[in-house]
Ligand binder design. Sequence first.
Ligand code: NDP
Length: 339
Amino acid sequence: MVDKVFITGASGFIAQHIVKLLVSKGYFVIGTVRSKDKGEKLKANLNSPNFKYEIVPDIINEGAFDDALKSNADIKYILHTASPFTYDTSDPEKDLIIPAIRGTENILNSIYKYQPNAEKVVITSSDAAIYSATDEQNSSLSFDETSWNNISYEDAVKEPIAAYYGAKAFAEKLSWKFLNEKKPNFKLVTVNPVYVFGPQAFLNEVKPTLNVSNELINNLIKIGPNGHFDNDKGGFIDVRDVAKAHLYALEKDELIGKRLFMTNGHFSVQMMLDIISSNFPELKSKIPVGTPGSGPKDITTLASVSNAKTRELLKFDFIPLDKIVVDTIAQVFEAKAKL
Ligand code: NDP
């Protein structure tokens, strides 16, 4: 029998890569989406009999996943990726914290009730659960798979960045607590990626404005040579590696109970600009110059991170920054050429 995987937020940037990979590996995938339109688009893109969708309009509603999990028998694996990722909100508690917490509570409760024989649950957490945005930028600190941010609920509700970082920690912590307290039959793995970049799973998903992380790259080819850019810096990882980590989390028992800290090092926006200008000479006069070559110095102000345990467990090499940036930009131009 083909193994069945249930994935929440299937039309999201990361989730589409996971679904595509799972289908290519022969799994039968049931994905939740907010609307029929999103489900149909994904179904058409996948073009496979091994995918179906269920509509879950809002993960915050009590019992949001009950019908979808009741009506699909014998699900072996569940992946919970659905959670808002935006800093564009004037009500961070409502738009970020509550959906992250309720969505996670709802999926775990539904699995417990309606899929008691599920074997593994994988939660897409974040590096945001590992450190706060401020601590990430503090070079005297260091973090690894065992670290947690210490953001309180009271501080989290104050502004969107603290809310996102707080929300991811609150949601992940409640998953591990659920496991300890309810002792369900399933095993748990979390995937904690840093900023996820890379091409969309399907060309027709390239929109004028990309998701929060990729828009950092896309923005550089939109602002013009005199455009202002913030020289943001942080950790980077390719979406294709993040999808692979989710697959491994399902398949490899040595990952049970682990937090997979998915990072391939630090980037600065200047590094991305330098990669674009050396790989796309035709863009050189169309993008800002900044301070070429300052990237390695820019990132010395960041906290040190180690994901040695994760790399040892996953045993595959992560995609480097230059390939991530080149593939992302190349896909944007490929999509434009088709318009
Ligand atoms: P997307 O915004 O592309 O995907 C998020 C998914 O969750 C979408 O399918 C979205 O649906 C769905 N969703 C959000 N809120 C609700 C809700 N209230 N009800 C129903 N569905 C909802 O983001 P990513 O793919 O980047 O993120 C996926 C996961 O990865 C998230 O948990 C995020 O926190 C985590 N992550 C992402 C990182 C990144 O750099 N991108 C880094 C680290 C972690 P819809 O599209 O219809 O709004």
